[in-house]
Design a binder for this molecule. Structure first.
Ligand code: NAG
Ligand code: NAG
Ligand code: NAG
Ligand code: NAG
Ligand code: NAG
Ligand code: NAG
Ligand code: NAG
Ligand code: NAG
Ligand code: NAG
Ligand code: NAG
Length: 695
């Protein structure tokens, strides 16, 4: 091919590429390209918020605009852009403008109900105008702009000219995290909100009280030893203070408020869940008299103090929440107590509605012939045949959220007999509906279409996927939870925004696969990948000898990586610790820390990895000799970490305690402990240290 023809074809390709929007996640409902030059972001691009609407919405348009500006800087890698201005398009003389305004009409969910989440947009070479049906619609419109920038086929990042319109199909689009059976820092939860928001998910359901389920403990004398938690830290002197067993594993009101604010500034609402009257071991440990004997995870609703106790819990924490709805859990209770259960749910519904909020419950099937749950309660379906049938619930007037486990459940790492996979199964999401169509919130059953409904059913509110932590704190690190969620949230986001078979602009699986990796890397506002700027030869650091503690520029480096070092720990087993009175005492010394970072520490003792969030250590079945040098070569990916030592391979593992029935070994993935090299408490020699990207 001659050079001129090649150039000509290249030009054609780039013209074609910039007259249509790039496929993105979730797909945009409609766009008409125009054959004129597109929009090019530059350091002089001016974000203008329409002065008629700056305070509209909660958060307001101006608040969203500020978050958008920092995302734009992060994603585009620009050194700076002008501060957000308030004004009008007409009065600006800027040559490049992103204009944020309101006034889009006719945006409805598939049900036909009007929504503020829609937006229209018009792109030309001078301006990119986003007009929302509400401030939240503008916010989603800014996610579209950012994704187009990340996916632009031209090297300068041009976005195609034209005009479009976009609206989500459903009102509830979210994910649930079991933050009760696993402890998470608020900063990690905030990062998850920010990540999910890039894909236009807007509900973060936080399951905040529960216990590990293990029949041997539950029905035996040792039930108090089973891990349980209630995560909201009551104020000092609160009547519910006794509910807290591990104060170090609770969120203070300030922490939680800051988390809610970060999430809401990204368009995400936190829906908190306190699960009663089942899953209530944290309450039974505090007030054993409320527990049902031999089933202390269930509360006795007939005990005169049970419902007042549950109300006292909500009294304490309801004022924390900005969400209009909370979940009272209410799953897996004793069916022989159906009437007690139903009257409890109705009483709580009434109680919380008097305090300005409404409630959701998990789907159950309470076989009562005399009572029924008030239809103002939203039911989150998750289980066949344990739950009432969702289409029947809708026929009876209940509003339903689809969390059907066959499609939408993950469990920290994997689970029982592979019941729950590491990630949402792509084949189910793209072709798991009866007849081979893709999953969508209206699909509850993969094989029985009588259990599914139409996308426009007004009682179908949407969908929430779930990640449980049945195997507790030591099954996963927080980053491993992110690895399970990262792609899962993206595919889910497409389906819950666009549905399956509703819009002809919806993504194909091939399109999703080709763009997801770019968008995952581009997602602004967080660095859950623990990505680092590119380094020559992928070498993060390399030190021939480390005789003093040192600090690198890298807090933590995500897998895949290879960390190599040659070490001879000292044989010191006790050290002298000076006391303030001038004397000193001998304390045992375990060898100290070799490397530490934000997400992991590596100890000399058993070459244990420690997760700093939970402070759990994962030992290797290996002990470093103290009388000779040993070279350790560590390899990590998102699904495992192993070391090669003297030609042998050692895996960092955990044991998943599956329902207390059997132990299942599982690999652990750790980010590289890259910040502190050679802890203050390490005595010995450390040489030939290198951290290189790639395993
Ligand atoms: C809104 O939709 C209605 C009904 O489809 C249509 O008559 C009207 O022109 C639309 N308005 C706008 C501003 O698009
Ligand atoms: C529940 O509490 C009531 C009232 O204290 C009591 O009569 C009843 O036996 C308890 N039920 C169970 C199963 O312990
Ligand atoms: C159902 O709940 C609503 C909202 O709390 C309340 O107004 C209504 O009275 C309840 N209905 C019954 C039958 O209790
Ligand atoms: C579907 O619905 C029928 C009743 O309508 C029920 O018997 C069946 O168990 C349901 N199950 C699934 C998986 O769809
Ligand atoms: C530790 O090593 C030193 C020499 O390096 C040796 O003299 C001493 O006996 C060793 N102590 C123990 C407890 O092995
Ligand atoms: C690492 O931890 C420090 C201190 O807690 C914090 O400032 C920093 O943002 C963290 N870095 C990452 C990548 O989380
Ligand atoms: C909280 O304290 C308990 C008891 O001291 C300890 O076992 C646990 O590891 C601590 N949790 C965290 C997250 O530090
Ligand atoms: C994880 O916890 C289980 C009990 O739940 C325990 O049997 C197992 O040894 C623990 N594994 C590690 C690596 O701490
Ligand atoms: C750990 O990962 C390796 C490599 O993928 C795999 O061969 C091994 O089976 C895994 N171990 C467990 C217990 O799953
Ligand atoms: C470090 O590597 C160099 C070069 O390969 C080698 O000569 C030296 O012996 C190594 N140091 C140790 C302590 O093994």
């Amino acid at each position: 091919m001659n050079a001129l023809l090649f150039l000509g074809l290249g030009l054609l390709a780039s013209l074609r590429a910039t007259t249509s929007l790039q496929p993105q996640i979730p797909s945009v409902a409609s766009f008409t390209g125009s054959n004129v030059p597109g929009f090019l972001l530059s350091t002089s691009t001016q974000i203008i918020v329409d002065s008629d609407f700056q305070d509209s919405g909660s958060p307001s348009l101006i608040t969203y605009a500020q978050t958008f500006r920092s995302d734009l800087l992060f994603l585009a890698g620009l050194a700076s852009i002008p501060e957000v201005r308030i004004g009008s398009l007409e009065d600006s003389d800027a040559s490049s403008i992103i204009f944020l305004t309101l006034g889009a009409t006719n945006h409805t969910y598939f049900s036909g109900v009007a929504t503020e989440e829609g937006y229209d947009f018009v792109i030309n070479s001078r301006s990119y105008i986003i007009k929302g049906s509400g401030a939240i619609g503008v916010w989603w419109g800014t996610r579209t702009l950012l994704q187009q920038l990340a996916l632009s086929p031209t090297s300068d990042g041009t976005i195609a000219a034209g005009s479009g319109s976009d609206t989500p199909g459903w009102e509830v689009r979210g994910f649930m995290l079991d933050a009760a059976r696993h402890w998470f820092e608020p900063s990690f939860l905030a990062d998850l909100c920010i990540y999910a928001s890039f894909f236009k998910l807007q509900t973060f359901h936080i399951h905040a009280s529960d216990n590990i389920w293990d029949q041997n403990f539950i029905s035996g004398p040792d039930w108090r030893k089973l891990y349980s938690a209630f995560r909201f830290q009551p104020a000092a002197g609160s009547p519910i203070a006794g509910l807290i067993q591990l104060r170090n594993e609770t969120w203070s009101k300030d922490d939680f408020t800051a988390l809610q604010t970060t999430c809401s500034h990204h368009g995400v609402t936190i829906v908190p869940e306190v699960d009663t009257p089942g899953h209530s071991l944290a309450i039974s440990k505090w007030k054993p008299e409320l527990a049902i004997p031999n089933a202390p995870d269930n509360l006795n609703l007939s005990h005169p103090d049970t419902i007042p106790t549950i109300k006292a819990i909500w009294d304490e924490i309801l004022p924390w929440f900005t969400s209009a709805e909370v979940s009272i859990g209410a799953d897996e209770y004793d069916p022989s107590l159906a009437n007690d259960y139903i009257s409890f749910v109705n009483e709580m519904s009434e109680y919380i509605s008097q305090r300005g909020k409404s409630i959701r419950i998990w789907g159950t099937n309470e076989p009562s012939t005399t009572a029924s749950i008030n239809t103002s309660v939203t039911v989150q379906h998750w289980d066949f045949p344990g739950d009432s049938i969702p289409v029947q619930l809708m026929n009876r007037g209940y509003r339903v959220i689809n969390s059907e486990q066959q499609f939408l459940y993950l469990d920290g790492k994997t689970s029982d007999e592979g019941q729950f996979p590491l990630e949402l199964v792509q084949s189910l999401m793209w072709s798991g509906a009866p007849g081979g169509g893709g999953w969508a919130p209206n699909i509850f059953s993969p094989d029985d279409s009588s259990n599914n409904t139409s996308p426009d059913n007004p009682l179908l509110r949407g969908s929430i996927m779930a990640l449980w932590n049945d195997w507790g704190n030591n099954a996963t690190t927080p980053l491993e939870i992110y690895y399970q969620l990262s792609r899962s949230l993206a595919v889910f986001a497409e389906k819950v925004w666009a549905g399956s078979g509703v819009r002809d602009t919806a993504l194909s699986q091939e399109q999703f696969n080709s763009i997801y990796p770019t968008l995952n890397v581009a997602a602004p506002g967080q660095n859950l990948n623990r990505a680092v700027p590119s380094q020559p030869n992928n070498i993060i650091f390399q030190y021939p000898t480390v005789s003093e503690p040192r600090i690198s520029a890298f807090d933590s480096v995500g897998p895949p990586y290879t960390l190599t070092f040659t070490i001879k720990p000292s044989n010191v087993t006790e050290i002298n610790v000076p006391l303030s009175d001038g004397t000193s005492i001998l304390v045992p010394h375990d060898g100290g820390v070799i490397f530490a970072g934000n997400d992991s520490k590596l100890h000399v003792q058993s070459l244990s990895f420690e997760d700093p969030t939970t402070q759990i250590r994962y030992p290797l079945s290996y002990t470093l000799p103290t009388d000779t040098f040993t070279t350790v070569e560590m390899h990590a990916t998102r699904t495992y970490t192993y070391a090669v030592i003297e030609g042998s391979v050692y895996w960092w593992m955990t044991d998943l305690d599956i329902w207390g029935e059997y132990m299942k070994p599982a690999n652990m993935s750790f980010a590289a402990p890259s910040h502190f090299i050679r802890g203050d408490d390490f005595f010995g020699e450390l040489h030939n240290v290198s951290l290189v990207l790639g395993s």
